[in-house]
Design a protein around this ligand. Structure first.
Ligand code: UTP
Length: 661
């Protein structure tokens, strides 16, 4: 793929370099416990070890390295992987396929597959015994900032954050399966909203390009996308088909994470595929892989050498992230944070991780995401018998983690060279019953990118930036219509394709109202799609080309210049569009312009049949998958559209369009 560096199986580099694997990277990096990689020494193996006879019988089929690996697997109690092998000469192709997969799994895990098994045994044992990973810790509220979106302070922070954005690298983690959403494509290819049809990946790229221009960055701002086998080829295709959505050749790098082997029981036996006994079942290892890949690819060090200061991590389907990230960058700079997590207010016991400062009884501290089901018992056992409760503000004092992170490159690179970017793992088996001996389905080890501070040295600065208005910063697309409906009925955020789109319009309307006094219906009605009720705001899209920052909105749209009727559609997409008004829209208005085209919208009354977000009928046969997961189809009945494809100065005003040059 031209212009895009592809790095696959980068963790193999670690193994090849003799990198030690870590079972736990303990709190604050004080102790790093090397893994005991096998149960038996290979020299201790004897004929009674299941599977060994099969391996010995197939020595001629194997290279020395393969033979050694298979023997070490038998030493780890994995003889079942080979016990079904028939005599040499029968099914050798399948055996070779299985060995090749084992070698690949071995190469892509830090410390190799035997380390993986050993880590799994320990973590499965801890899980069975119900060990509390936070034993000895007392939770406190960590250091951080709580900001009101679009306040004067917020606008100032955005200004400062823009400078920092010009010295940032951006990392999109997009290797997830998206099982909960159940979409057959990749999530980043989904339209963020259907008014403009811009997909998530293009939206993110547009933001980065706009920030690059607006910050006067001295170099193209790099974007790295972590993919997996589930998403890699389709991400690559989406980029190449669309000429990287305007990024320069080489500005985007894909790093592919490898999957890890599944485990069938507490003894960490690797799972063979029930349909294919020569295939090991595999699953994603989690987004924590991103750190090891940024290390082994050399990207993080390269960014540091080229003078960049920050790395911003974000997820595949949160269209609002850049509205919050710029201010968070300013907060990072202000407090010199090594790690800054974007957060939202959370209600006590809400099913969202809480960023917490954990104080150990030995005096050490760790600021980290604590899952909601761990926080409550931890609080009960330490400082509050009531557990996780709201304070006088009506909210939990612990901010809700939305897993968008800003890391300081300086300390990040140091940390990567110290740990190889290996992140502490966990296991989450679903047991059949309380004996915790049988799993409902195979499990695997996982790691999460937000666990990065676990290995940071004491004294590192870890904080948070809460945006007090959730609607302005977080609305991911994660759940299928059925799951989203269940969440809606429980009164929880649905995090569905429906809410993801509607929240963009809501955010744009509320932002325009607060910054420019835009008039819109006093009462916003609600509408139901897929059974999920959402507020029916006018459909406003402000592209990153038009307004990457709130300041742009303030400067480009005159106070009180816009009035929207119920159901109005307004799309502004161009770097130099301004609205002087009065602009009234009862229908749909789309204005697009290229770089160099200065467009001024004066007095303009738009009245047409507009667009309709029409709910799908039950089982509507002609609905696309993208429409089905949202529950509506957009019908464009009538549009007033202005598109300026050439540089020049233009004024739009009713009833005429003046082109001045
Ligand atoms: P999600 O929590 O949304 O999980 O991941 P998911 O794996 O995509 O979806 P489910 O759980 O199967 O429904 C948060 C972010 O982390 C990325 C996802 O692509 C998303 O941007 N991710 C997740 C990875 O990059 N790799 C992984 O192994 C897992």
């Amino acid at each position: 793929m031209r212009g895009t560096v592809l790095i696959a199986g980068a963790a193999a580099t670690l193994a090849a370099a003799g990198f030690i694997s870590y079972r736990y990277i303990s709190n604050a990096g004080r102790y790093i416990i090397p893994v005991v990689t096998s149960i038996k020494n290979i020299s201790e193996l004897d004929k009674s070890d299941p599977g060994l006879d099969k391996i010995d019988a197939h020595k001629a089929l194997l290279t020395t390295k393969e033979y050694e690996l298979l023997k070490s697997l038998v030493a780890c109690g994995q003889g079942h992987l080979f016990s079904h092998w028939q005599a040499p000469g029968i099914g050798d192709g399948d055996k070779r396929r299985q060995v090749a997969q084992l070698m690949a799994l071995h190469g892509s895990y830090h410390g190799g597959i035997t380390a993986y098994i050993s880590n799994a045994k320990k973590l499965l044992q801890d899980s069975k015994e119900g060990k509390n990973p936070f034993e000895g810790y007392t939770p406190k509220v960590p250091h951080g900032e709580r900001l009101d979106f679009a306040s004067a302070e917020y606008l100032q922070l955005e200004e400062a954050g823009l400078r920092e954005a010009g010295r940032s690298a951006f990392v999109l983690v997009a290797g997830g399966l998206g099982e909960r959403l159940g979409y057959s494509g990749i999530k980043v290819a989904l339209p963020a909203e259907n008014a403009s049809g811009t997909c998530f990946l293009e939206l993110y790229i547009q933001y980065i390009l706009a920030l690059q221009v607006r910050s006067g960055a001295s170099q193209p701002l790099p974007l790295t996308i972590m993919t997996s086998d589930d998403t890699h080829a389709r991400t690559e295709e989406l980029l190449t088909k669309n000429s990287y959505f305007g990024m320069k050749a080489g500005q985007i790098t894909l790093i592919k994470q490898e999957k890890v082997a599944c485990l069938t029981d507490n003894e960490a036996h690797l799972a063979l595929d029930p349909q294919d006994p020569f295939l090991i079942q595999t699953k994603p290892h989690g987004h924590g892989d991103v750190h090891a890949l940024l290390h082994s690819s050399g990207l993080a060090s390269k960014w540091k050498e080229t003078g960049l200061k920050w790395v911003c991590f974000f997820q595949d389907t949160n269209a609002l992230v850049f509205r919050a990230l710029i201010a968070a960058l300013a907060v990072s700079a202000k407090h010199d944070y090594d790690m800054n997590s974007l957060a939202v207010p959370r209600k006590a016991k809400e099913a969202i991780g809480a960023i917490s400062l954990l104080e150990h009884r030995d005096g050490s501290t760790l600021t980290i995401n604590v899952e909601y089901n761990q926080l409550d018992p931890l609080l009960r056992a330490t400082i509050n018998k009531e557990g996780d409760v709201n304070d006088t503000t009506g909210w939990s004092p612990f901010p809700g983690n939305i897993n968008q992170l800003v890391l300081k490159l300086d300390s990040y690179v140091q940390q990567l060279s110290r740990t190889g970017g290996v992140i502490s793992e966990f296991v989450n088996p679903k047991y059949k019953d309380s004996t915790k001996t049988v799993f409902k389905s195979s499990t695997r080890l996982e790691c999460m990118m937000q666990d990065y501070p676990k290995a940071l040295p004491q004294g590192s600065k870890v904080g948070f930036t809460t945006i007090n208005q959730v609607w302005a910063s977080y609305s991911p697309v994660k759940n299928s219509p059925a799951d989203a409906l269940a969440k809606f009925k429980e009164g929880n955020p649905t995090h569905s394709a429906t809410s993801g789109e509607m929240d963009i319009y809501r955010c744009n309307c509320l932002t325009l109202k607060s910054l420019t006094g835009m008039e819109m219906p006093e009462v916003i009605g609600s509408v139901a799609y897929n059974g999920i009720e959402v507020e029916d705001y006018p459909k406003v899209v402000l592209s990153p080309r038009f307004a990457p920052l709130l300041k742009d909105i303030q400067e480009k749209i005159a106070l009180g210049s816009i009035r929207l009727a119920p159901g109005a559609v307004l799309i502004l997409d161009g770097p130099d569009i301004s609205v002087k008004g009065p602009l009234t829209i009862d229908g749909a208005l789309v204005v697009r312009s290229v770089l160099g085209s200065k467009v001024s919208i004066g007095r303009l009354d738009v009245k047409n049949a507009g667009w309709e977000w029409r709910a799908l009928e039950e089982g509507q046969a002609d609905a696309t998958e993208e429409e089905r997961i949202r529950g509506f189809r957009v019908i464009q009945k009538e549009t007033k559209e202005y598109e300026f494809k050439q540089p020049g100065v233009c004024a739009i005003a009713s009833p005429m369009l003046y082109k001045q040059s």
